[in-house]
Design a protein around this ligand. Structure first.
Ligand SMILES: O=C(O)CCC(=O)C(=O)O
Ligand SMILES: [Fe+2]
Length: 338
């Protein structure tokens, strides 16, 4: 029998370290390489002593090596000790979804191809293959935000959702993995299959789902970046904050002349779909707290060919639990060979 093991690319341990103070992504193999490669640019950005950044990079390197195992441990701990405020939220029900979204996901390729009408009815085209549409009901969003705040206020451990956002929640750790898998396969894939067949949208087989939280005194914005994803869904879970728009620029593979454009204002319960490899960032919020649900949707068929983070053939390392970073190796069970 054939069986897929989920993997990370080894570049995860060396590439894409983000130095927030100087708004710089770097690769970090060791001290000598780092100083040689980045001293000049760091000095030009006002850093007095690049050497002083090394302990933090070493710490991040250690965190990355332990990440999947520790995440799994937190997941077990939360399953045992966290008391959900709204237990019913953890199983996806159609009633959580906006009926327009359900209708949209039922549009067939034939209908969409014939007139474009089937899709354009509930989906707004923002150019550059960025689309928005209602996803959840406002009632669901309100209850989910209450659940997230309840967990945030609990003494239980929390992890940063990714290498750039320090505040937020990894939804698999909180127990939403089955929910998100169903959202991906039953509702999002019918759409991404039509919108992004060239980016693996027709064969998304894993995801990383998390909440990003912005509030004064913590993270208030997000620097310009591209995602470790083929396609990204970003849903606004609340509306009681000011500013915090998204902006988009060139694809990772294109020259970027710093022409950041196409501002997008979030709307409560609406989602935005975009290609993960299109550069984007979030402007600072000026008031309130902003909760957004992010799904980095991944296709092993695409990323097994070329890692989107190091742009090389991936060097695969299997993870024991979870989806890794969405790469796979296919193994044949030994008993099949005899
Ligand atoms: O804050 C946002 O809405 C964007 C978040 C984002 O781009 C990401 O987490 O990859
Ligand atoms: Fe992003």
């Amino acid at each position: 029998m054939l069986r897929s093991e989920y993997c990370v690319c080894r570049c995860f341990f060396t590439h894409n370290y983000f130095i927030k103070e100087f708004d710089l992504h770097v690769n970090f193999n060791n001290r000598t390489q780092f100083i040689k490669e980045y001293s000049k640019v760091l000095l030009s950005r006002g850093c007095r002593d690049p050497e002083q950044l090394i302990p933090k990079l070493e710490e991040e390197c250690k965190r990355r090596h332990n990440l999947h195992y520790e995440s799994w441990q937190r997941r077990q701990l939360l399953a045992r000790e966290y008391k959900p405020l709204h237990p019913h939220l953890y199983t996806l029900q159609t009633s959580f979804l906006d009926p327009k979204f359900v209708e949209l996901t039922q549009v067939t390729a034939k209908e969409a191809g014939q007139t474009g009408v089937g899709l354009s009815k509930h989906l707004k085209d923002h150019l550059q293959r960025i689309y928005s549409f209602p996803v959840f009901t406002p009632e669901f969003c309100e209850a989910l935000v209450e659940e997230l705040a309840n967990y945030e206020q609990s003494p239980l451990p929390k992890a940063s959702p990714n290498t750039m956002n320090s505040y937020g929640i990894k939804l698999d750790e909180l127990g939403f993995d089955a929910f998100m898998s169903r959202l991906r396969s039953d509702y999002l894939t019918p759409l991404t299959r039509l919108l992004y067949p060239d980016c693996g949208g027709d064969q998304l087989d894993s995801h990383k789902a998390f909440i990003v939280t912005y509030r004064q005194g913590q993270d208030v914005d997000l620097a310009y970046h591209y995602d470790n994803a083929e396609v990204t869904l970003n849903v606004a879970l609340n509306g009681d904050y000011q500013e915090g728009e998204l902006y988009f620029g060139a694809m990772r593979t294109e020259e970027d002349y710093n022409t950041r454009r196409l501002g997008y204002t979030h709307h409560l319960a609406h989602g935005l779909l975009h290609r993960g490899q299109q550069r984007h960032g979030a402007l600072p919020i000026t008031e309130g707290v902003r909760y957004n649900l992010i799904m980095w949707l991944r296709s092993s068929a695409i990323r097994n060919q070329l890692c989107p983070m190091c742009c090389k053939e991936p060097q695969l390392e299997a993870v024991k639990q979870g989806w890794g970073d969405g790469f796979t190796i296919t193994k044949t069970d030994v008993c099949d060979l005899v």
